[in-house]
Design a protein around this ligand. Sequence first.
Ligand SMILES: [Ca+2]
Ligand SMILES: [Ca+2]
Ligand SMILES: [Ca+2]
Ligand SMILES: [Ca+2]
Length: 609
Amino acid sequence: MRRSAVAAVAALLVVVALPAMATDTVGVVDPTSGYWTLRDENTNTKTIVYGNPQDVPFTGDWDCDGVDTPGLYRRSDGFAYLRNSNTTGVADITFLFGNPDDLPLVGDFDGDGCDTLSIYRPSESRVYVINSLGADGGGLGAAEFSYVFGNPGDVAVAGDWDGDGTDSAGLRRPSDGFVYLRNSNTTGIADMSYFFGDPGDLPVAGDWDDDGADTFGLFRPSASTFYLKNTHNTGVADLSFPLGSGTPVSGDFDLNLPPPSPPLALQQVASGFDRPVFVTAPGGDPRLFVVEQTGDIEIISGGSVIATPFLDLGVTSGGERGLLGLAFHPDYASNGRFYVNYTINSVSRISEFRVSSNPNRADPASERVLIQVTQPFSNHNGGMLQFDEFGYLVIALGDGGSGGDPGDRAENPNNLLGKLLRIDVDTATGGRQYGIPADNPFASGGGAPEVYMYGLRNPWRFDIDAGLVYIGDVGQAQREEVTILPASSGGANLGWNTWEGSSCFEGPCGTSGFVFPQVEYTHADGCSVTGGMVYRGIAVLGLGGTYFYADFCAGRIHSLFFDGGIVTNHADRSAELGVINQLSSFGSDSSGEIYVTSLNGRVYRIVAR
Ligand SMILES: [Ca+2]
Ligand SMILES: [Ca+2]
Ligand SMILES: [Ca+2]
Ligand SMILES: [Ca+2]
C-alpha cells in the first residue's frame, strides 16, 4: 500500500531501470475463524491463521522491509497485535491501542517507508496521526497531530492517492456510496470525490497497477467479491474477482508462492453409469474401474465400457448407503485381491474379493469379510478405502449417523465409527481376519487397535499422498472441512463432535489435543465436502502436487497446494471446470490422472486446457 519516499524520489530522477515495485494485492480475514487468505499477483493464495474471532484485522509494513503483514485490534483487551511475517504464528509487537471505539488507520503518514498504526475516531470524524509504533508491551504513543475529515459513519483507509510517497486519509461513505480522498494530512474538504460501488461495500486501498499511486478497491460481502479500480473517478472496476468471505485487507504481501496452476478443463470420459461414486485402477493397469453406489463395479477399457460388470455386489443402496469404496491390493497384478467398503442391511462391511480367471470378471464367491460394523442409522457410512505407503489398508467409517453423533462414537477410541482405521490385510492375528500394524496408536491398548485417526463425522473421501493424509470430513449444519496432516500422526483427534471445524459444537471446547482443519467453509458456500485427491499424473505439466476437492451441492472444484505446513494457491476452479451437478467423488487411474464422478452417471477427467 505504501511506497517509500526514497523510491518516490528515485522515480523522478533515474532513467535506468528501477527495481520492480511490487503490486499491492488483497486478502480476506474470516472473522469467525481467524483464517487469513492472502492473494499474490498471480492470483495464487496463501492461508495463515492469526488472531481470535472478532479481532479487527488490518495490514501494514511495521518493520519497514517493504512487505505488508498482519495486525489486529482486539476490542476485548484493547491491545493491538502486530506480526512481521505472513505466516501462522504469534504477534511480534503488542501494545495498548486508543479508545474502545477507535478504528485502526494504517499508513506511512511521514513518508519514511514505515507504516504506523494511527486512529480514525468516528465519533469526532477525526484522524489522529501517530508516526511511531507503540513499544512492545506498552501503549500507543500520543498523537502528533490530528485533523477532521468526513462525517459520522464514514469508513477510513489511508493511501498515497497522489503518489508523492506520503499516505493520507480516504473515506468511503456507506450512506451515499461516495469515496472522498484527501492528499494532505490537514483539516479540509476532499481533494477528490467520486461515486463507487454499492452502499454495503467495504473499502481497501492499494497500488493495484504498480504506478506508484494508491487507489480504492471495494469488497462486496454479499458476493464475496473484490472490485479494484486504478483511477480516482466513477466507473466500473478495472479488476474484479471472488475471494472467500470476511473482512478485506490489502498490501504487498510478498508471498513467494509456487507458480500458478496451468489452466484446466473437464473432459467427459463416459456416461450412463448408475450413481457412480468412485474410479480407480490397479497399479500399472490401463483400465479404469468405476464404482456404482448400487453395487456394480464397471470397467472402462480402451475408451469403452465393458458390457458385463467386473463385480455385481448385493448391497443396500440409497441415500448414503451402497457400494462406497474400492481399493486394489498393491500386488493386485500377482494376487488378484481387491477390497470394497459397502453397506448391506444395517451393517458396513469391509471385504476382500479376488479376480476370476477372466481379468474383466471378479469371482463373486471369493468374498472374505474383514470387518463388519453395525450402523445405528442409515447415514454417515464413510466409504473410502486406500492403501498407504506401508501397504496397510486405511478405511473411512462415519460416526454412525443421525445428527450430532448422539452416541458420541467419533470421540470414543474404542468404537470403530467416526474413524479412519488401518489394518494389515496380508496377515491374520488375534483371531481377526487381518493384522494390526505395530505403530497403530492403540495397538497395545487405550482404544480399538484398528483405529488410526478419530473425531470424524463422515470422512467420505480421503487421500494419502507423499506422507500426508488429506481428509474431507462432512460437517453437520455449519462447516465443511479438509484437514491435512502427516500420515505419521496416528491417534490424531480431528475434533468431532466437540468441534465442527473450528466452531464449537458440543462444549466444553478446549483446543488442546485436537487437530483443526486447514480448509473450512460454511454452508453459505456449499453443503457437503467431497474430499479429493492430489494430482500425480504426467499429462498436465505444472499440476503435480495439487490437491483437488469440491462441494457436493455447490458443484465447484477447488484446488490448493500444501507445503511446509501451509496451504497456498487455494483457488475456486469453477471458471475453468464448470459447475458439476452432484459431484460425488474424485478418483485416479494408474497414471495418476484425476477423474471426477457425478451421481448423474458421468465420469470426467481433469485435463489441460
Ligand atoms: Ca514488513
Ligand atoms: Ca511512517
Ligand atoms: Ca500522498
Ligand atoms: Ca496505482
